[in-house]
Design a binder for this molecule. Structure first.
Ligand SMILES: Cc1ncc(COP(=O)(O)O)c(C=O)c1O
Length: 406
């Protein structure tokens, strides 16, 4: 028997919520696969994926099964005890990656917070307090806590909150000479996204990532890869570092790891992990059985040749149609990204209009994302049906046509 709830509507948001978001005019109430329905029963195709989170779409049977089974078994015990789903998920992450140790938390920002603290701790223990500097990239995004906005390379997120965390510098992305000039023996970590997600879906250059790895080794600094957006199959490899063949010391994951259930993880080597001894770091919900049971189901489905190969095939389907739309309407100057994290860079005539395109797409029954004012971003389910890709892009094209006629 379903519970009867008081009716609510979009206007209530402005009455009861902190105004830090500006959600769309409609309220989604149900999802299945790559389709979502709003309160009025209107159906939309979802290429936004909850900002690169709903990696297996909505209500995937394997995830629903894992969550409901766990919900009937054990919800929470804290880290005073360990639990079976956390241990199983950690083993699977260790087996599938460079990592030998895992720390669980609840979000991408928390995973990065742990990564940055660990990097400083390792340097502090091994080399002393002077080695505490972190180098990150201009335009990068690592979360919204004070440490993560300080490391993130976008002042619009870090300014206006008083003093930032000290010892952080930003260098232009994909500019190896700039990194070479900035790094020193005081550097404890270089932090990079394999694809700058929020910064415009900008993939890292192979030579730059390789060069960053070498510079880190030369200066006893750790290479931290933020795979919160690129991880868990989105690039067509389980993690994007595997696509590039450059191994980090610390990797962070969240978003797709839980397929919609909140979870984050920091992956690292035993050599680094040993510095976070008992009591140095923690979080009440980290490794929560519900989250980890879902995460285990996600990795079981994702880390298979069928799904990962499918990501490449679907990438090509998206890309060829998007390029055709881009050319036909003079809309895009470039379609870029890896796997199912695709960014369409708006041509000069459309600059600044990503939000306009988003709204026009939603009016046609399609959810897409922006990555800044000049990039339309697609982050659909990795198992989105071909028919949904075709129909979703047809809706996108209709939105573009309407805008060109307006
Ligand atoms: C690369 C990257 N790092 C960190 C985060 C922050 O994750 P969360 O919002 O779960 O804290 C995001 C979110 O967009 C991200 O894209």
């Amino acid at each position: 028997m379903s519970v009867q709830h008081d009716p609510v509507q979009r206007a209530d948001f402005d009455q009861v919520m902190v105004p830090n978001y500006a959600p769309a005019a409609f309220i989604p109430v149900r999802g299945a696969g790559s389709r979502v329905w709003d309160q009025s029963g209107r159906e939309l195709i979802d290429f936004a994926g909850g900002i690169a989170v709903n990696v297996l779409g909505h209500a995937h049977p394997a995830l629903v099964k894992a969550l409901t089974e766990q919900a009937n078994t054990l919800w929470h015990v804290s880290n005073v005890f360990t639990n079976e789903p956390a241990l199983r998920l950690a083993k699977k992450l260790v087996d599938a990656t460079f990592a030998e140790r895992v720390f669980f938390c609840n979000s991408g920002a928390e995973a990065n917070e742990a990564a940055f603290k660990l990097a400083r701790r390792v340097a502090h223990d091994k080399f002393g307090p002077e080695k505490c500097e972190i180098i990150a990239a201009v335009n990068s995004f690592h979360g919204r806590t004070l440490f993560t906005v300080s490391v993130g390379g976008q002042p619009k997120y870090s300014d206006g909150f008083g003093p930032k965390i000290q010892g952080i510098s930003h260098v232009p992305f994909n500019d190896l000479d700039a990194l070479k000039a900035a790094i020193s023996d005081k550097t404890c970590a270089v932090v990079l996204e394999p694809i700058q997600g929020e910064g415009g879906v900008l993939p890292i250059d192979q030579a730059y990532l390789q060069g960053a790895r070498e510079l880190c080794d030369q200066h006893d600094a750790l290479l931290v890869l933020d795979e919160v957006q690129t991880g868990m199959g989105r690039s067509g490899s389980l993690f994007a570092y595997q696509h590039y063949g450059v191994t980090p010391d610390i990797l962070t994951s969240a978003k797709s790891l839980g397929g919609g259930f909140p979870i984050g993880a920091m992956l690292t080597t035993s050599e680094c992990a040993k510095h976070l001894v008992v009591g140095t770091h923690g979080t009440t919900y980290g490794g929560n059985p519900l989250a980890c049971a879902v995460g285990e189901a996600v990795i079981d489905v994702i880390n298979t040749p069928e799904v990962l190969e499918g990501v490449h095939v679907k990438h090509r389907r998206f890309k060829s149609k998007l390029e055709q739309i881009g050319q036909q309407y003079g809309l895009f100057s470039e379609v870029r990204g890896l796997g199912l994290l695709i960014g369409c860079v708006l041509a000069d005539a459309w600059k600044g209009k990503a939000k306009t395109l988003l709204d026009a797409a939603a009016a046609e029954g399609l959810m897409v994302l922006q990555a800044g004012p000049d990039v339309v971003r697609f982050a659909p389910s990795l198992v989105v049906e071909d028919a949904d890709i075709d129909e979703g892009l047809a809706r996108f094209e209709r939105a573009v046509i309407k805008l060109t006629q307006a």
